[in-house]
Design a protein around this ligand. Structure first.
Ligand SMILES: [Zn+2]
Length: 354
């Protein structure tokens, strides 16, 4: 670690590297989505590979994660260990079903099918679908369900290949939207999937041409440093006791990203910001966010937490943070999060957790 390097805000600020949920090798093949027969043909093709989704989880082969099934399982309870706390360091791949096998499930159950795109190899390629059984009885409608484990995206992504991380992120994001939005927000009629699962059509004859697309909720997240190159970390009231992270919040209607960055810092910790620079982004489909990462120089250093959302905040030198993590006083954001990568970029290397 180069302790002498200053954490730049503008000019020379390195972008974040490959974020776990921002990676993909799949061509979205958007132009093909309008082909109404596409999914049908792919379900007939034994070469089609189908990602399985159930209630926001994806299937991995049983055994690959057998040593840590609990760690890979979904942790909805905020007081439970974070999903990736004990995720394996070895690579875990997705479990795929063939096109014809997925067809028999979809035809019997009515499960949602979405075209995820194609992995190209020169003139050929492998096509991918997602099959979401959330609304049709869950994994019980699948044959051989005992042969897979169901894992949370935040657990899987840091230890998945680029291809599988991208497939899982797309599948979870688009399936979560269908699960959440079942009626037209304009007229209240039921909706049906269209454009190979990437849009919904309203079923009201008087609103028949209305197409609905997934709404993404932008959130800004900011690594704030002071003139001594210390990083500000905060503990929010809703988090586990030792969990600390950087400032984050949703963008308000009609607000620019930069203004949201400054507002959140002032509201949550009473810090005025000087320069603000963009770092990178990654989707965060829990259920529909995209996290936009910034770094900023603090104009002031006196901390005033709002006491409502943020309970505590403090400035850390690199040595102080390293010690606090080593002794368990501070638990940093999980490995899948952009926050973790932002903190590690400032720190100058991986954070060694207990
Ligand atoms: Zn409608």
């Amino acid at each position: 670690m180069d302790m002498g390097s200053r954490y730049g805000v503008r000019g020379g600020a390195a972008p974040l590297g490959d974020l776990p949920l921002a990676r993909t090798k799949i061509d979205y093949d958007v132009a093909a989505r309008a082909d109404g027969g596409l999914i049908d043909r792919l379900l007939d093709d034994p070469a089609t590979r189908v990602v399985l989704v159930d209630r926001g989880l994806v299937a991995v082969p049983r055994g690959l994660s057998s040593s840590t099934p609990a760690a890979l399982a979904c942790a909805e309870d905020p007081a439970a260990p974070r999903p990736d706390a004990a995720a394996p360091m070895h690579e875990v791949g997705l479990s795929f079903m063939s096109g014809p096998s997925a067809r028999s499930v979809a035809e019997v159950s009515g499960a949602l099918v979405v075209y995820l795109g194609i992995e190209r190899f020169g003139d050929t390629g492998v096509s991918y679908l997602a099959l979401d059984v959330t609304r049709v009885g869950g994994a019980s409608v699948l044959p051989d369900q005992a042969s897979c484990d169901w894992v949370e995206l935040r657990s899987l992504a840091p230890c998945a290949s680029v291809r599988d991380a991208g497939l899982a992120t797309s599948a979870i994001a688009v399936c979560a939207w269908h699960d959440r939005q079942r009626f037209c927000p304009y007229c209240g009629f039921p909706v049906r999937p269209t454009l190979s699962g990437w849009a919904q059509a309203c079923t009201n004859p008087e609103d028949a041409d209305r197409l609905l697309f997934p709404r993404i909720e932008p959130a800004v997240i900011t690594a704030i440093v002071d003139d001594r190159d210390r990083l500000l970390l905060q503990h929010n009231c809703a988090w586990r006791p030792s969990f600390y992270s950087v400032s984050a919040g949703f963008v308000e209607a009609g607000e620019s990203l930069e203004r949201a960055v400054r507002r959140e810092a002032l509201e949550e910790v009473g810090i005025e910001l000087d320069e603000v620079g963009y770092l990178g982004s990654q989707p965060w489909p829990f259920p529909a966010s995209i996290m936009l990462g910034f770094r900023a120089r603090a104009r002031t250093t006196d901390i005033h937490v709002d006491g409502d959302e943020v309970e505590a905040a403090r400035w850390f030198t690199r040595e102080e943070l390293g010690r606090a993590i080593a002794c368990g006083e501070v638990e940093p954001a999980g490995r899948a999060s952009i926050a973790r990568h932002m903190i590690e970029q400032w720190y100058g290397g991986p954070l060694e957790c207990l």
